[in-house]
Design a protein around this ligand. Sequence first.
Ligand code: AP5
Ligand code: MG
Length: 224
Amino acid sequence: MIIVLVGAPGAGKGTQAGRLVETYGMVHLSSGDLLRDERKRGTDLGKLADRYITAGTLVPDDVVIKMILGKMRELNASDVILDGFPRTVAQAEALDLALAAEGQKIDAVPYIMVKPATLLDRLGGRLTCRADGSHLYNAKYNPPAVAGICDIDGSPLYQREDDLPDKIKTRLDTYFAQTMPVIEYYRAKGLLREINGEQDIEQVWYDLLLAIGKQSEDPGLLVG
Ligand code: AP5
Ligand code: MG
C-alpha cells in the first residue's frame, strides 16, 4: 500500500506516520527527515538543503525528486507512507511516472486539515528528538514523560530552527502557494481523503485508519 500524507506544516503528518510504522510496520519516508539527516551528516545534498530548510522555502524539485525516488528504489518496500513529498505538482507528476514504470500506484492521499492558528500553536510547542527526528512531542498537547528527554531513546529534545515564528510564516506561505495545488491534483484523481486534523491525536488516528481502510466504522474491528 502506498499512502501520501498531505497537510500543512504542523498538521500532524509525522505524528500519525509514526503510529502507522509502529502499528503496521509501514515504511515512513519523510522528505524533511531525510534532508535534515543529510544536513547532519554534512553531505553535499545536506549543505545545499540547509539554506532552504533554514529559510522555510522549498529545496529545488530535481534534488528532492532524485533523493526520494532513489530511496524508494533502494528500500523496495511494499507498504510506504510518503510524508512531505510531493510538495509541488512537478514532484507529484514525477512520482506518478516513477510508480507507473514499476506497475505501482498511490492507494490513498489522506489530507489532515488544520487551521493556521492551530498550526502556529502546535509548531510553537513542538519538541523533536535529537537522535531520531520521527520521535515527536509537544510541550502542550503531547509532552514527554521527563521534560526535555525523548521517551523512546532518552536523547535530548530540541526545537527545530524552522519552528520559530518568522520561519513558520514563510513555511505556511510556501505551503499555500506551492503545495495546495498538489492537494487539488490528488482531489481530481479521486485519491484525496479529508480528515479533520483539529481533533486530538487519538481521534485523528481513528479517522486516518478509516480513510485508508485499516479500520471499519466499528471501533472494535481492526483490519491487519
Ligand atoms: P518537513 O520536515 O516536511 O516539515 P513540514 O511539512 O513543514 O511539516 P512538519 O514536520 O512541520 O509538520 P507535521 O505535519 O509532520 O507535524 P508533526 O506531526 O510534527 O519539511 C521541512 C523543510 O524541508 C521544508 O520547509 C523544506 O525546506 C524541506 N523539504 C521537505 N520536503 C520537501 C519537498 N518535498 N520539496 C522541497 N523541499 C522540501 O506535529 C506538529 C506538532 O503538533 C507536534 O508537536 C505534535 O506533537 C503536535 N500534534 C500533532 N498532531 C496533533 C493533534 N492532533 N493535536 C495536538 N497536537 C498535535
Ligand atoms: Mg513532519
